[in-house]
Design a protein around this ligand. Structure first.
Ligand code: F6P
Length: 319
């Protein structure tokens, strides 16, 4: 394969730039032409495509966001959109595509693969919600961002003897809450994978209070059904402890990527390009243990994410 394209799609995640850099530089080192596609599938449909050089991806390794920019494209979700995307690729002579993004973006890639395009999916999302890979690019950085927020919030919560709920991102996946909550010593961790018992949450807050804890930190994933405001009110009414809620939102998506995310991005994007060079069938690239893995795209997307109940139980024991 001589001509490949690279795009980032869906919610940005720290480390996407490292993946773009790796894809471009690996491609060039193999003698391929590498085209950068702006604004994900949206830019593909509009032909926002240009050839990249080594220097085009200089000085981006340490930057959050994505220099290729990103979008959630409604137009690409239609059959007409997908057919038009294939035509655009043909116009530029692009035979294979590296798609860096989450579930929706890789599912979009699968639609192109069904139309004959070779697509390699690189897992770029803070959510860590893809079943086929242990980790996704951006997750580690997001967890560390939340961790730093937890310590700030702990200070002010202790000073005021308050309970604070921190609502973190993750869509329907509780991994950011679980990992940051465990690492940050949260008193309670609420995830969509485990049913919420509000009375039990209040009991835990009360127990902490009675044992002399000055603060109660509750890390709640956004995918949990019980609303944050409702929970705040319930805790305050039941325990008598003043309760606040913090929603860091997009703060979790930005910032310089951690070493772990840069490595994951570099390894998976490089593998994606190698597979395209070898003319392999469409795959989703990820990591399992310390190994880089590449599963058939459709099969990878059908793999169900397993929640780490052991880690969740450990967090309960240590809280
Ligand atoms: O998928 C990444 C993510 O940040 C989720 O955690 C969050 O639910 C969603 O994107 C927010 O999407 P948007 O950027 O469209 O508001």
């Amino acid at each position: 394969m001589k001509k490949i394209g690279v795009l980032t799609s869906g919610g940005d995640s720290p480390g996407m730039n490292a993946a773009v850099r790796a894809a471009v530089r690996k491609g060039l080192s193999l003698g391929m032409d590498v085209f950068g596609i702006q604004r994900g599938y949206e830019g593909l449909l509009d032909g926002e495509i240009e050839k990249l050089q080594r220097h085009s991806v200089g000085d981006i390794l340490q930057r959050g966001g994505t220099v290729l920019r990103t979008a959630r494209s409604e137009r690409f979700m239609t059959r007409e959109g997908q057919e038009h995307a294939v035509k655009m690729l043909e116009t530029f002579g692009i035979e294979g595509l590296v798609v860096i993004g989450g579930d929706g973006s890789l599912t979009g890639g699968l639609e192109l693969a069904r139309r004959g395009v070779k697509v390699m999916g690189v897992p770029g999302t803070i959510d860590n919600d893809l079943g086929y890979t242990d980790y996704t690019i951006g997750f580690d950085t997001a967890v560390n961002t939340v961790l730093s927020l937890i310590s700030n919030i702990r200070d002010t919560s202790s000073a005021h003897e308050r309970a604070t709920i921190i609502e973190v991102m993750g869509r329907n996946c509780g991994d950011i809450a679980l990992h940051a909550g465990l690492a940050g010593g949260a008193d309670v961790i609420l995830v969509p994978e485990v049913e919420v018992d509000i009375n039990e949450v209040c009991r835990k807050v009360l127990r902490g209070q009675q044992s002399g804890k000055l603060h109660s930190i509750i890390v709640k994933a956004e995918g949990v059904e019980t609303g944050t405001q409702e929970l705040t009110k319930m805790i305050e009414e039941t325990t008598g402890r003043e309760t606040r809620a913090v929603v860091p939102g997009y703060i979790q998506r930005g910032g310089t990527p951690s070493a772990r995310d840069r490595l994951l991005a570099s390894l998976t994007a490089t593998k994606a390009v190698e597979l395209l060079y070898d003319d392999a069938d469409s795959r989703a690239i990820g990591v399992c243990g310390n190994e880089v893995v590449a599963y058939e795209l459709e099969k990878a997307l059908a793999m169900k994410r397993e929640f780490d109940f052991k880690l969740y139980e450990l967090a309960e024991v240590l809280a």
